[in-house]
Every structure is written in structure tokens, then in C-alpha cells.
Ligand binder design. Structure first.
Ligand code: APR
Length: 238
């Protein structure tokens, strides 16, 4: 597919997944040598895992912080930040990623539906806002407590928990006339359903990534290629 045209009336909703950070050196989840290889999700990314073994959960997310802090935004993150500068509030970016490469590339109208690696929050859901937390913990004794006494947990949506700000996401999808989905396998819900919601609202839907996602049939166009190679210069404002 050639470059994608964006008309003055268009509103663009972008959904990104782990694939957009692959060219920054961060592994995706479901590749053969991906993040879940060597881990059982149930051991590191569920409410039960947190109850059973908070040290193990923090060890996993501390390791991810260490690699995230070394990574740099790639041309795909930068292309989206540039598009936002051109479109202003006709642009909205929802990411499943917990890394901060979108904001470090300059994105502002950005929502992290699965949480943020560089934050922590109270395990008791006491209502206090998440706090910045960049620590690489060596053991549980180093992990701080909330003012209410609860232990701080990663600000990550574990499997079995509800993604963040779903109402806002649904509003933004309802307004969109173009949905661009980048680097996600289409295997985790509700994000894998966003393309269907956009189609119901009459939007064009485009996927970018080196492989067909599981929900490929739902897209108007699938562009096979690496995000960092396809996206720079790909959006054509009319
Ligand atoms: N450019 C674009 N896409 C890429 C690239 C690249 N350079 N390299 C790989 N991909 C694609 C893969 O083809 C794959 O379809 O990125 C996708 C990554 O899929 P997953 O590993 O399943 O990651 P994602 O879809 O983001 O996972 C969703 O699952 O484990 C949970 O909460 C975690 O947010 C995550 C969610």
C-alpha cells in the first residue's frame, strides 16, 4: 500500500503494541524468543502471582525497567509524534506498551491502557494516584509503601484486571475516521476488538507489522513491513 492519505476532516486513532518497540531493542511477547519465553504469565503478571510472590513480580518488572531505560525511541515512535504535531487534537494514541518510548519521542495525546513501567501504585487500590518509580529492585525490602501502608506494586494491568480508561478509549474510537494499528498480534482483548469498534463507526482501518495479526481479516488494509521502515513519511496530509 502506498502512503496513507489523511484528509482535513479525518480524526486518527492509533493503537500500538510491542512490535513498535521491537526496533528499539525491546522484545515482543509472543515471538519465539519473546518476553513470555522462559516465563509463565501466571507467575509474573496476575493478581495471584502478586499475592503469592511479590518479590518475583518485582524482579520481572525491574528487569524490564532496566532494558526499557536503555532503549531509545525509533523512527516509528518519532513518526507518530510528528503526526500528532500536525494533527493536534485530531490525533489520539492508545498504546498497550508499558515502556515510555512514545512520550520520549514527543507524543502527548497518549494513553497507556496496560499501565506504565516507570510507575508504581498501592496494592490496596486505596485511591492514591500512581507515583513515578524508576527503581531496579534487588529485593522486596527496598520496595516502598503507600501512605496507607499498602505495598507499592508495578503500575501494570495484570492478566485478569481491567485495562485503564476504557470509557475514554471508546469515545476516541467512536470519533475516529481512520484507525492505524501497529505491531500487535491481535491476541489480547479488549485491544484486539478495537478494529471492530472502529469499523462499526465507519472508519478506515490499517494494520502495520511484519506478520498478519490474528484479526487481520477485520482491517481495510494490512501493510506488511517493519514499523520503523514503513512509517516515516508514510502519512500524507491533504
Ligand atoms: N514493526 C511492527 N510490528 C512488529 C515488528 C516491527 N519491527 N516486529 C514484530 N512486530 C509484531 C509481530 O509480528 C507481532 O504481531 O508485533 C507483534 C507483537 O505481538 P505480541 O508479542 O503479541 O505483543 P502485543 O500484541 O503488544 O501483546 C499485547 O499482551 O502480554 C500482553 O500486556 C501484554 O500489552 C501486551 C499484550
Amino acid at each position: 500500500m502506498d502512503r496513507i492519505a489523511i484528509a482535513p476532516k479525518d480524526r486518527v486513532f492509533v493503537l500500538t503494541g510491542a512490535g513498535i518497540s521491537a526496533e528499539s531493542g525491546l522484545p515482543t511477547f509472543r515471538a519465539e524468543d519473546g518476553l513470555w519465553a522462559g516465563y509463565r504469565v501466571e507467575d509474573v503478571c496476575t493478581p495471584d502471582a502478586w499475592k503469592r510472590d511479590p518479590a518475583g513480580v518485582w524482579a520481572f518488572y525491574s528487569a524490564r525497567r532496566a532494558s526499557g531505560q536503555k532503549a531509545m525511541p525509533n523512527p516509528a515512535h518519532i513518526a507518530l509524534a510528528e503526526l500528532e504535531r500536525q494533527l493536534g487534537d485530531r490525533f489520539f494514541l492508545c498504546t498497550q506498551n508499558v515502556d515510555d518510548l512514545h512520550e520520549r519521542a514527543g507524543s502527548k495525546r497518549l494513553l497507556h491502557m496496560h499501565g506504565e513501567l516507570e510507575k508504581a501504585r498501592c496494592e490496596r487500590e486505596c485511591g492514591r494516584a500512581p507515583v513515578e518509580d524508576h527503581a531496579i529492585y534487588q529485593n522486596l525490602a527496598e520496595v516502598g509503601r503507600c501512605a496507607c501502608g499498602g505495598r507499592l506494586r508495578p503500575h501494570i494491568v495484570f492478566f485478569g484486571e481491567i485495562p485503564l480508561e476504557m470509557d475514554r478509549i471508546q469515545d476516541e474510537i467512536a470519533k475516529a475516521t481512520l484507525m492505524v494499528v501497529v505491531g500487535t498480534s491481535g491476541s489480547v482483548y479488549p485491544a484486539a476488538n478495537f478494529v471492530h469498534w472502529a469499523r462499526q463507526g465507519g472508519a478506515r482501518t490499517v494494520y502495520i507489522g511484519p506478520e498478519q495479526p490474528l484479526n487481520a481479516h477485520a482491517f481495510t488494509n494490512v501493510v506488511l513491513g517493519k514499523a520503523g521502515e514503513v512509517m516515516p513519511g508514510w502519512f500524507q496530509l491533504e
